[in-house]
Design a protein around this ligand. Structure first.
Ligand SMILES: [Fe+2]
Ligand SMILES: [Fe+2]
Length: 287
């Protein structure tokens, strides 16, 4: 199934769209010039991270093993197909712009690292990770690729399709995060610690951009964009009920991060438990 096929099929099971198609951060009309070598190198860097993200995004299919309902199983199969088609769409964008991808930045590799512990995968990948992917695609790429370039309208059409599907992925991730938190309220503190840790590595990625010249009109926006992404993720965590309304002091934050690290360490040795063969009769309504 391609991205466009899934549009025809309609929304994924249980997915409520929580974000609109409008950009949240305003780059104030700043654009890249796809004729200029330096600008092309920055765009190549961004697209290379996106391509890597989509390649690892396909592993959302691994959540199928831990899916606790037929609804979840259906969603992960559907999402894995969509991520595969996104990978292909980004490859098409590279070809259209006559660019070759470069290796992913280590922060992206860290943020996209796979793990087998389902509660952690749901929060880090399905809810927060997908949210940041959408920030990059919708806010950064859709605004800063220049419409004046004849290759860009087709690229943006593809990106808009990807964005709509990423919105579904976030909606699912948030729904599943809420369910896990209701089932296991003790996840709240390690979840909060993991979010703090994740937010603390983001500035390192911005630094990688700054090395490429912070006097560029788009790059001049990066500190503001970073602050916007961080603010949005904290708000997302508050909505989901695991980020405190008031940011706690350093001691409490450090303790939460410790629990987050412990959970991450556990994820490195944890084995997901398969579910479907235990629940299928009930799930099919044949019990
Ligand atoms: Fe994707
Ligand atoms: Fe996605």
């Amino acid at each position: 199934m391609t991205a466009s096929d899934s549009q025809v099929e309609g929304r994924g099971p249980g997915a409520e769209i929580t974000r609109t198609g409008d950009p949240d951060y305003d780059f104030g009309g700043a654009c890249f010039d796809l004729q200029k070598h330096e600008d092309r190198e920055i765009v190549r860097f961004i697209l290379s991270q996106a391509l890597f993200g989509e390649a690892t995004g396909v592993y959302c299919g691994k959540s199928l093993y831990a899916a606790g309902s037929l609804e979840a199983a259906r969603f992960y199969v559907r999402q894995a197909k969509q991520e595969l088609s996104h990978l292909q769409l980004f490859a098409d964008i590279f070809r259209t712009l006559e660019m070759k991808p470069m290796p992913a930045h280590w922060v992206i590799k860290l943020l996209a690292a796979h793990n087998n512990y389902y509660p952690l995968k749901v929060l880090m990948e399905h809810a927060i990770g997908e949210g940041m992917v959408l920030d990059i695609f919708k806010d950064l790429l859709l605004q800063t690729l220049p419409d004046s370039d004849p290759r860009v309208p087709v690229i943006k059409k593809k990106l808009r399709l990807v964005c709509r599907e990423e919105e579904e992925h976030i909606a699912w991730g948030e729904k599943e995060t809420r369910r896990l938190l209701a089932e296991k309220p003790w996840l709240k503190t390690p979840y909060y610690g993991l979010l703090e840790l994740q937010m603390s590595v983001l500035p390192l990625l911005v630094r990688a951009f700054e090395k490429r010249g912070s006097d560029h009109p788009v790059l001049a926006h990066l500190p503001g964009f970073l602050a916007h992404v961080q603010r949005r993720v904290y708000e997302q965590g508050k909505r989901l009920g695991f980020v405190p309304e008031e940011r706690p002091g350093v001691a409490q934050r450090t303790a939460a991060m410790g629990l987050g690290i412990a959970m991450f360490a556990r994820s490195q040795i944890a084995r997901s438990e398969s579910k479907l063969e235990k629940i299928y009769i009930e799930e099919l309504g044949l019990g």
